[in-house]
Design a protein around this ligand. Structure first.
Ligand SMILES: C[S@@+](CC[C@H](N)C(=O)[O-])C[C@H]1O[C@@H](n2cnc3c(N)ncnc32)[C@H](O)[C@@H]1O
Length: 239
């Protein structure tokens, strides 16, 4: 991918926040340490590599993603984010821990997924995506019927999609979008009161989850599985 086409993709979805106050160590990571962690969409699927592939979209400050990387060193993991202080913070930690199997894509998730081959991803995680609560901003929401269809297309049969949000109206929107996608079956839909302890064992509390708890929001955790037969494509014609 040329520098100019990369810049064009980066410029899409201009409402995604990229800049913020950056600490010295984040700035150093962005400047001097990031190169070995950078990836392009075409690096995600490698025909000659049998390791499982996982992607977290919008990792923010990277806490949950770092945990996933530490506990799944036999996976190839890709984090998608544009927020520079978060990318710097994650790169700093990955460098310190020498977690070299992890790569970062500084592109909107929509353009990354458009380039991913069918049935190639084992797990996709989306934790606390921006809820865009105003009606005139609904189009900015990451979860849209078209994007859900792309997620379903790129997941392997049996692959997992995890989504969490603390925003009730967005949770209902997500449920609605997912219900319309026949290839993805709901495997878990858990609602935890803000005051209740712990998470589902998959992630540490994320920054935005803590914020939701402070606001007294329930936490909605959903798991969908790409089902072999749900869309009918794999059914034997004699069924
Ligand atoms: C509300 S924050 C949640 C961050 C983190 N997952 C957490 O729970 O603390 C949403 C993040 O998604 C990122 N984001 C939003 N839209 C995106 C997109 N289309 N592609 C990649 N990242 C996106 C934002 O930059 C932001 O850091």
């Amino acid at each position: 991918m040329s520098d100019s086409s990369y810049a064009l993709l980066q410029a899409q979805h201009p409402y995604i926040r990229r800049r913020g106050r950056t600490t010295k160590s984040q700035a150093h990571a962005l400047d001097a340490l990031i190169a070995p962690f950078r990836a392009l969409p075409e690096d995600i699927v490698q025909a000659d590599d049998s390791r499982a592939v996982g992607i977290e979209i919008g990792f923010g400050m990277g806490h949950a993603f770092f945990d996933w990387a530490s506990s799944s060193q036999d996976w190839r993991l890709f984090g998608i984010e544009l927020y520079q202080p978060g990318i710097g913070a994650l790169v700093h930690r990955l460098h310190e821990a020498q977690l070299t199997q992890v790569k970062i894509l500084e592109l909107p998730a929509q353009s990354v997924f458009a380039a991913i081959a069918d049935e190639s991803i084992d797990e996709i995680r989306i934790f606390f995506p921006d809820p865009w609560p105003k009606k005139r901003h609904f189009k900015r929401r990451l979860i849209q019927p078209e994007f859900v269809s792309v997620l379903a297309r790129t997941l392997k049969k049996g692959g997992i999609l995890r989504i969490a949000t603390d925003w009730l109206a967005y949770a209902d929107w997500i449920r609605q979008c997912l219900a319309a996608e026949s290839r993805l079956l709901c495997h878990m839909d858990n609602i935890r009161a803000a005051s209740a302890p712990g998470v589902d064992g998959v992630r540490e509390l994320t920054n935005f989850e803590k914020r939701g708890e402070r606001l007294g929001h329930d936490i909605h955790d959903m798991v969908y599985v790409r089902d072999d037969a749900a869309d009918g494509h794999d059914r034997d014609s004699s069924d």
